[in-house]
Design a protein around this ligand. Structure first.
Ligand SMILES: O=c1ccn([C@H]2C[C@H](O)[C@@H](CO)O2)c(=O)[nH]1
Length: 146
C-alpha cells in the first residue's frame, strides 16, 4: 500500500472515530462512525441514529450518504472508513464491516460517481481494506435501471 493511501486511510479513520462520538445509540449502545472521502478531498461523516421503534434505526453509512445526496451533489466516492464499538472506544473490539443495507446504499453513490471505493473497516485486530465490489459483488444499482 502506498504512503499516500495509508496517510489518507489514517486521517479518514480518525474522522470516522470522531463521528462515532455523535452516535445516538441508547438501545444497542454500539456507536458507529462512518467517514466518506470524495474525489475533491471533502470528507463527509455520519453516525448511527437509533429509534425507540428499533427497526427504524439509521446506520452511520446511510446517514452520511443521505447527507451527500440530499445536498444535490453526485460526487465520486473514493473511500469509506467505518468504525464502531462502545461509547468512546471505537475500533477496540471485533472488526466492523458495513451491514448489507449499507453496502447497497454505498453502492448507489459509488455507481453514480463511477467508482469502486476502498472500504476501510476498523477493529482491534487492525484495519481491513476491501473494495466495495468485494463486499457487494454483482451489485444491483442505478445502471441496471437503464
Ligand atoms: O454497518 C453498520 C452496522 C450497524 N450499524 C448500527 C445500527 C445499530 O444502531 C447499531 C447496532 O447494530 O449499529 C451501523 O451504523 N452501520
Amino acid at each position: 500500500m502506498s504512503e499516500d493511501i495509508v496517510s489518507r486511510r489514517d486521517a479518514l479513520m480518525s474522522a470516522a472515530r470522531a463521528a462515532a462520538d455523535g452516535a445516538y445509540a441508547p438501545y444497542s449502545r454500539f456507536h458507529v462512525g462512518a467517514a466518506l472521502l470524495l474525489a475533491d478531498g471533502t470528507v463527509v461523516t455520519g453516525a448511527n441514529v437509533e429509534n425507540a421503534s428499533y427497526g427504524l434505526s439509521l446506520c452511520a453509512e446511510t446517514v452520511a450518504v443521505a447527507g451527500i445526496l440530499a445536498q444535490g451533489s453526485r460526487p465520486s466516492l473514493e473511500a469509506v472508513a467505518v468504525t464502531g464499538g462502545a461509547a468512546g472506544a471505537p475500533g477496540q473490539g471485533p472488526r466492523v464491516t458495513p451491514c448489507g443495507r449499507c453496502r447497497q446504499v454505498l453502492n448507489e453513490l459509488a455507481q453514480l460517481g463511477g467508482t469502486d471505493p476502498l472500504i476501510w473497516c476498523d477493529g482491534a485486530e487492525g484495519v481491513l481494506e476491501v473494495r466495495l465490489s468485494e463486499l457487494l459483488p454483482y451489485a444491483f444499482g442505478p445502471a441496471n435501471l437503464g
